[in-house]
Design a protein around this ligand. Structure first.
Ligand code: ARG
Length: 465
């Protein structure tokens, strides 16, 4: 049996059971309960300001809402599945506490105004939480980079060995990506603005001043002033109930975080293979095989990479839902909730775990050390050396190319060649210089365009929020 609804007077027939279940959203939009209670509390204040509730009525309604809020916080709150949505569910809980007076709670209000208010507040709160998780990830990358600050490893282009880089430059690359994500979330949070008073679409018969006073009182009382610099009265009621670009923007930022997480996961998976064997992944984040006893699989990282389909899909899903919707509110917009919650919850879980995993990665220094002996990694540095000797770049490039080719054909390392052989490729090449140049410290120190010889300057201290 469906619980008491917020509508029904004009209907002669009961809602079809299957249709009721089909359209019900309380099983997921209960996640907005906290913010829906905020909306109701502000609304009660506004009704009081407008003279539509007396002081005693307002007090009783607020007390009931407080009580529901406590229920929510004490995790006794289970959504009532016989309710259409969280707005109806909370209304019914208030009614249980104050009886008939609850009929006045929804005075001149629409769920269209409530739902957008709730979702904005949800995005704002989760945004702040994600900032703290990104901060943890940044400090983990910082930690790992500093722990192995003296390690040099091959850098890759086209997944082919390219040039030697410092490990701090490597972890610093991911640091930079997630730092930009941090800025994006930070900007999103800072510009969020939460409105009240749109009514169903046309605005509300409650005076603007009553709403603004009510909002002010609520924010002061709850200490939630920081919610958006522009938290204020609605500017355009049609836009407010019709728009979900803030959801799409948030999903877009989350998709970028996911893309970075997925790339990092791919690198770590690769580096932990026997073929690379640069990384030893912490066992706590790996699983074994039910058949092959020796296996230690990087399942967490694979799941992170695998989640990308879902996270991009969530973004596409809401973009598509919103495309072509006539103004203003349409029920289609209910379909933004599950993708939003899904992306937020997935990213939060991933960030939390990846920050722990990174701290426990161990580098296989022996293997990395062997790999950076590969002479090809220094071909570019040899070329640079010749250029500084005054050789035209194209000529230097060709000479070193020929030298490497000769070394391969003859099976003699460049480092083991005599001055005579070296000079036959270019007169400036000597055994002594070759030994000096073809090593990781030199290669990294020779990159003068970077902030410091060891390229540590990417790693700014993590930001406090
Ligand atoms: N569940 C709805 C949503 O998420 C809430 C708003 C309902 N409004 C309405 N007029 N039916 O969009």
């Amino acid at each position: 049996m469906a619980a008491k609804k917020l509508w029904g007077g004009r209907f002669k027939k009961n809602i079809d059971k299957d249709f009721f279940n089909f359209q019900r959203s309380v099983q997921y939009d209960y996640k907005l309960a906290e913010y829906d209670i905020y909306h109701s509390t502000i609304h009660v204040n506004a009704l009081k300001e407008a003279g539509l509730l007396n002081s005693q009525e307002a007090r009783r309604l607020r007390a009931a809402l407080n009580d529901v809020f406590k229920e929510l916080k004490e995790v006794k709150f289970k959504p009532n599945l016989s309710c259409e949505d969280i707005h109806t569910d909370i209304q019914n809980r208030v009614e249980k506490r104050v009886g008939k007076l609850a009929q006045k709670l929804h005075t001149l209000r629409s769920r269209n105004d409530q739902v957008v208010f709730d979702e904005k507040w949800y995005c704002y709160k989760e945004g702040i939480y994600i900032l703290s998780l990104l901060n943890m990830l940044l400090s983990s990358l910082n930690y790992l980079g500093s722990k192995y600050k003296n390690v040099f490893l091959p850098g890759y282009t086209h997944t082919q060995r390219a040039q030697v880089v410092s490990f701090m430059n490597y972890t610093g690359a991911f640091f930079c990506m997630f730092e930009r994500d941090f800025e994006r979330v930070d900007n999103f949070v800072k510009k969020s603005s939460i409105y009240i008073g749109s009514g169903a679409l046309a605005g509300s018969a409650i005076p603007r001043a009553a709403y603004s006073e009510a909002m002010k009182k609520f924010l002061e009382k709850t200490g939630a002033q920081s919610i958006g610099s522009k938290s204020t009265m609605v500017r355009n009621s049609l836009d407010n109930v019709a728009s979900r670009d803030f959801v799409i923007e948030f999903l877009n930022i989350l998709a970028l975080i996911q893309m970075h997480l997925s790339r990092m996961a791919e690198d770590f998976i690769l580096y932990s293979t026997k073929e690379f064997a640069f990384f030893d992944l912490p066992e706590e984040f790996c699983t074994g095989s039910s058949l092959m006893p020796h296996k230690k699989n990087p399942d967490f990282l694979e799941l992170v990479r695998g989640n990308t389909g879902k996270i991009y899909g969530n973004l596409m899903s809401v973009l598509t839902t919103m495309k072509g919707l006539p103004l203003t509110y349409n029920r289609d917009m209910q379909m933004d909730k599950e993708p939003l919650f899904s992306s937020v919850e997935t990213i939060e879980e991933e960030l939390k775990i990846v920050a722990k995993l990174i701290r426990q990665i161990k580098l296989n220094k022996g293997k990395i050390h062997k790999v950076v002996e590969d002479q090809e990694l220094y071909a570019t540095e040899l070329t640079e050396f010749l250029v500084y000797k005054g050789v035209a770049f194209a000529k230097a490039h060709e000479a070193v190319g020929k030298l490497i080719r000769y070394s391969e054909d003859e099976g003699v390392k460049v480092k083991d060649m005599s001055d005579k052989v070296l000079k036959s490729f270019n007169k400036h090449l000597t055994h002594k210089d070759v030994i000096r140049i073809m090593n990781p410290e030199y290669a990294v120190a020779s990159k003068k365009s970077l902030p410091s010889p060891k390229v540590t300057a990417f790693l700014k201290p993590s930001r406090k929020k």
